[in-house]
Design a protein around this ligand. Structure first.
Ligand code: DGL
Length: 275
């Protein structure tokens, strides 16, 4: 029989979504969560539209089967390449009462207040940048905004391979920040359009001029989820609230623990899962 209540699910291609889950748990500690990292098939950022859509749909169906009624795609690449299709074509077929939410729209909503020059920079994976999801979403809300994008293909591998604190990472961080600011020196606000990037924040801040604001998605997505649950009591009723969190990875459990525990406080209970 279908479970009437379940945890909130948070999905990412790998570790990046943990930066979002961390903030979600700070804002909404009473809920139960399941986190799924598709580490075995990460990174998604260099994969084609169809592949990211297929992988994301598999994950969403699995998380629904595990009892979640609400799935957060804490991955910009999946939000850019799969969210709309899943919402429009798959949810009505799977279960019209379940929901899948992404991270792009909430991140875009805040920029008008932050930017004075109305020149915004987007840093993201190749997939997110090529999808043009950010410029399209920004134009809908703030047509006057000038948007410049920069794909940073090396940044996710630096995080996934636990190299993000090492000196070698500086080269790639500086390279893309310089390229973005060369393309538009008037940028005063930069969106970290990939949930892996907050782990590189100390280096990003080191190479970015002090007057440029950095938009991290974790807290924005957490507050947006809180708002969503307040506006949708019927969904809130379907979410169990015992303050628990369970982690699942498609890769090795040990490997996941080692990297995830570096930035997600406390010992993690991790289970292997096949998609
Ligand atoms: N965290 C994902 C994102 O936000 C990483 C993408 C990847 O796996 O390349 O885009």
């Amino acid at each position: 029989m279908e479970k009437l209540k379940g945890p909130i699910a948070v999905f990412d291609s790998g570790y990046g979504g943990l930066t979002v889950l961390d903030k979600i748990r700070t804002v909404l500690p009473e809920y139960d969560y399941i986190y799924l990292g598709d580490n075995a098939r990460s990174p998604y950022g260099t994969r084609s539209f169809d592949v990211v859509y297929d992988y994301t749909l598999q994950a969403v169906e699995k998380l629904f089967a595990m009892g979640a009624h609400l799935v957060i795609l804490a991955c910009n690449t999946a939000s850019a390449k799969a969210l709309r299709n899943i919402q429009q074509n798959d949810l009505p077929r799977i279960d019209a009462n379940r929901r899948v939410l992404g991270v792009i729209r909430p991140s875009v909503e805040v920029i008008n207040e932050l930017s004075h020059s109305k020149h915004v920079g987007i840093l993201g994976t190749v997939g997110t940048i090529q999808s043009n999801s950010y410029p399209l979403e920004i134009k809908k809300l703030f047509p006057q905004m000038i948007v410049t994008q920069e794909a940073c293909p090396m940044w996710v591998p630096l995080v996934e391979n636990n190299e993000f604190r090492n000196d070698g990472a500086d080269f790639f961080v500086k390279q893309h920040i310089d390229q973005l600011l060369e393309a538009d020196p008037m940028v005063d606000t930069v969106i970290l359009g990939c949930t892996h990037y907050p782990l590189l924040l100390p280096k990003i801040k080191k190479h970015l001029p002090d007057n440029i604001k950095v938009v991290e998605q974790g807290e924005i997505v957490a507050l947006s989820l809180q708002h969503y649950l307040t506006r949708h009591p019927e969904m809130d009723d379907k979410c169990t609230k015992n303050g628990s969190v369970r982690f699942f990875t498609t890769e090795s459990v040990e490997k996941f623990k080692q990297t995830a525990e570096v930035f997600f406080k406390g010992a993690l209970h991790v289970e292997h899962l096949v998609l």
